[in-house]
Design a protein around this ligand. Structure first.
Ligand code: ADP
Length: 557
C-alpha cells in the first residue's frame, strides 16, 4: 500500500529514530511490485508461515497457489526488533517504506534452495544470492512511501490498475502477455503476433527490467529496441509495451508461474511461454538446470487455478524460398530453413558491427543494436604501459598517441607523473598507496572505455593484481604493453636521476622502496605486447604495438 502524503511526512519525521536497512535492487523491485499490486494477493514481504508453506506446498498459508518466496533478508544484529518499525531505504538513503516488524525468522537455506530453485548448485543465481544473504528474513505490515523513482522510459511504466484501464480503453478483453529479458527478433515476434491474432487478443510486450542474470543485456538498449519494434512492426492498437520491474529468480518453471500470476494482476488472460523460460543456463556439471519444456508443462498443469492460459511456443523458423516464417511444426517437407542463434547474433553480427539481416531483425531494431554494439575498431579501449622507471613507457606512449590519430582513435593520455600531481596528489609509495593510485587510473580508464573512449596509461604499476583489476574495469578491452627493458639499461638512462637517489638511500640504510631497487616489480604473465627497448628503437616499438592493435581488430586501415 502506498501511503498518503501526510502519512508519508509523518513517517519521514519519525524515521530518524528507527533502525533502517538499505534495499538492494531485488528488494526495491519486490517493494515496487508489492506496492502497486503486481504481487497480489501479497501485500508485504512473506512471514514465516507463508514462507514455509510456499517451500513445502507451493502455496501461501491460506492455500493460494504461489511458487516462490518474496522475502526480505535482514541482519538481526543491525538493531531491528520485533515491535519496532524498520525504515527501508534505497542506496541513496531515500526512505521508500516502513515495515512494522512482527517477525524475524531464520532462512531455511537448504530447503529454500531445493524447493524453490530445485538445486543447491551455487552457479544458480538465486542459490548464490541465498548463500550471500544473512541468516534471517523479517516481515510485518508494510507502508510504502513511494515506489522507487524511475527516470527512464517513464511513459512505459504502468501499474496494474493503469494497464487494466488502458486495455479497457482499447476494448481488449483478451490479452496475451509476452514477458522477456532478451532481444525480440522475428522468430519470437511472429509466434507472439500469431498467437494474439488466432484468439483475437491484444499483445502485451512486458520486458523484465529488474535485476536479471549477471551479464544480461543492458536494459536500456533492450527497451529502445522493443519500442522500435512496437512502433514499426505492429499496427496501432495491436500491441502495448509496458515495463515490468521484476527481479527474475531464474527459477525456470516456478518463475514462469510467478510471471503468469503477475501477468494476471496486470490484466492479461494468456501467457506466452517458450522453451527454457527463465533459464539460468548450465549447472556445474554442464547440464541445464531445468529441462527445456518444463515451464510449459508446469503452467499447463496449473492453469485453471491461476486463471491465465499458457501458450507454449517454439521460436519460428525462416523459409527463405517463401520469404516467410513458420512454426517448426508447420514446415513443408524439404523446405530450406534459416536461423541465427543467440551466440551468432552476439559474436558474428553485433561484435563485428555487421547489421542483422532484415528477415531476422526489423531494420529499426537492427540500427539501434548496431549503434550500441559498434565494431571493435569503434569500441572503447585501454592501452596500459607497465615497466620499470626509464623502461621507455612514456616515450613510446607519446609516439603511439600520434600514430593512433591516423586511425581515427583520439586518445586520453594518463601519464604516471601527471597522475600523481592531480588525480593521486598526496599519495605516497607504500604498497597500499601504489595500489590506490593504480586503482584510480584503472577506474578512470574503465569509465572512458565504457563510453567508447581510448586511454593510454603509462604507469610503472609494479604489482600484478591492480593491473589485472584495471583489465576487468575496462571489460577486457585492455591491451597490456610490458616494457621489458633490463634494469641496468633503465639505470644507465636514469632520466630523472631517480635510480641514483634510490641507490644512495639504500647505501645509507634508508631505503625508498624504489621499484627494481628495493621494491619488487611483478612482470605481467600474459601481456599482449612485450618490448625490450634496448633492442628496438622507438618507431619500431610503436610499429609493433600498431601491428598488435590491428591484429586484435582495435584499428583498421
Ligand atoms: P618511463 O616512462 O618508462 O619511465 P621514459 O620514456 O620516461 O621511461 O624514459 C625512457 C628513456 O629511454 C628516454 O630518455 C628515451 O629517450 C630513452 N630510450 C632509448 N631508447 C628507447 C626506446 N627504444 N624506447 C623508449 N625509450 C627509449
Amino acid at each position: 500500500m502506498i501511503v498518503t502524503e501526510s502519512r508519508a511526512n509523518e513517517i519521514k519525521a519519525a524515521s530518524k529514530d528507527y533502525p533502517s536497512i538499505t534495499l538492494d535492487e531485488r528488494g526495491l523491485c519486490d517493494l515496487e511490485l508489492l506496492a502497486v499490486g503486481g504481487f497480489s494477493p501479497l501485500k508485504t514481504f512473506m512471514g514465516q508461515n507463508d514462507y514455509l508453506s510456499v517451500l513445502q506446498n507451493m502455496r501461501l498459508a491460506n492455500g493460494t497457489l504461489w511458487p516462490l518466496p518474496v522475502t526480505l533478508p535482514v541482519d538481526p544484529s543491525s538493531g531491528l526488533e520485533v515491535g519496532k518499525p524498520l525504515a527501508l531505504r534505497d542506496v541513496y538513503g531515500n526512505l521508500v517504506g516502513l515495515l512494522h516488524v512482527q517477525e524475524i525468522y531464520p532462512i531455511e537455506k537448504p530447503l529454500e534452495a531445493a524447493s524453490a530453485y530445485g538445486t543447491h548448485d551455487p552457479l544458480h543465481p538465486s542459490v548464490a544470492y541465498l548463500n550471500r544473504s544473512s541468516g534471517h528474513y523479517c516481515s510485518g505490515p508494510l507502508e510504502v512511501i513511494r515506489v522507487p523513482p524511475h527516470y527512464d522510459f517513464v511513459s512505459l511504466r504502468r501499474t496494474p490498475a493503469e494497464l487494466r484501464e488502458h486495455f479497457e480503453k482499447l476494448g481488449w478483453s483478451k490479452i496475451v502477455a509476452f514477458q522477456t529479458s532478451a532481444y525480440m527478433f522475428r522468430p519470437h515476434e511472429e509466434p507472439a503476433r500469431n498467437a494474439a491474432s488466432q484468439i483475437g487478443a491484444g499483445l502485451l510486450i512486458q520486458p523484465v527490467v529488474g535485476t536479471t542474470k549477471p551479464g544480461d543485456v543492458d536494459h536500456y538498449t533492450r527497451i529502445r529496441s522493443y519500442k522500435a519494434l512496437a512502433e514499426t512492426a505492429f499496427e496501432p492498437g495491436q500491441c502495448v509495451l509496458s515495463l515490468l520491474p521484476l527481479t527474475t529468480r531464474m527459477a525456470g518453471p516456478r518463475d514462469a508461474l510467478l510471471g503468469s500470476i503477475i501477468s494476471r494482476n496486470f490484466g492479461c488472460t494468456h501467457f506466452m511461454v517458450g522453451p527454457d523460460h527463465s533459464s539460468p543456463g548450465l549447472d556445474s556439471n554442464g547440464k541445464p538446470f531445468y529441462s527445456p519444456l518444463a515451464a510449459q508443462e508446469f503452467l499447463k498443469s496449473n492453469q485453471d487455478e491461476i486463471g491465465v492460459r499458457p501458450i507454449g511456443y517454439t521460436p519460428w523458423v525462416y523459409l527463405p524460398d517463401l520469404d516467410q516464417f513458420a512454426s517448426p511444426d508447420d514446415i513443408p517437407a524439404g523446405s530450406k530453413t534459416a536461423d541465427i542463434s543467440a551466440d551468432q547474433v552476439r559474436d558474428d553480427y553485433l561484435a563485428r558491427g555487421i547489421p542483422l539481416p532484415d528477415w531476422f531483425c526489423r531494420p529499426a531494431v537492427a540500427s539501434i543494436l548496431s549503434e550500441i554494439s559498434p565494431p571493435k575498431n569503434r569500441q572503447g579501449l585501454t592501452i596500459w604501459f607497465t615497466g620499470l622507471s626509464g623502461s621507455g613507457k612514456s616515450t613510446i606512449a607519446h609516439g603511439l598517441v600520434e600514430r593512433l590519430a591516423e586511425y581515427g582513435r583520439n586518445v586520453a593520455f594518463l601519464d604516471g607523473d601527471e597522475i600523481r600531481t592531480h588525480l593521486s596528489k598526496g599519495l605516497g609509495f607504500s604498497k597500499e598507496d601504489r595500489d590506490t593510485n593504480i586503482h584510480r587510473v584503472g577506474y578512470v580508464a574503465g569509465l572512458l572505455a565504457a563510453q567508447g573512449g581510448t586511454t593510454i596509461c603509462s604507469v610503472v604499476s609494479p604489482y600484478r593484481a591492480p593491473r589485472d583489476h584495471a583489465r576487468k574495469l575496462s571489460r577486457g578491452h585492455f591491451v597490456e604493453i610490458f616494457c621489458d627493458t633490463p634494469i641496468d639499461i633503465c639505470e644507465t638512462r636514469d632520466v630523472k636521476g631517480l635510480y641514483a637517489k634510490a641507490r644512495a638511500a639504500v647505501a645509507d640504510g634508508k631505503g625508498l622502496g624504489f621499484t627494481g631497487v628495493d621494491d619488487p616489480y611483478e612482470p605481467p604473465l600474459n601481456p599482449e605486447v612485450t618490448l625490450n627497448t634496448s633492442r628496438l628503437g622507438v618507431p619500431e616499438c610503436v610499429d609493433v604495438i600498431v601491428g598488435k592493435l590491428k591484429e586484435l581488430g582495435y584499428i583498421t586501415d
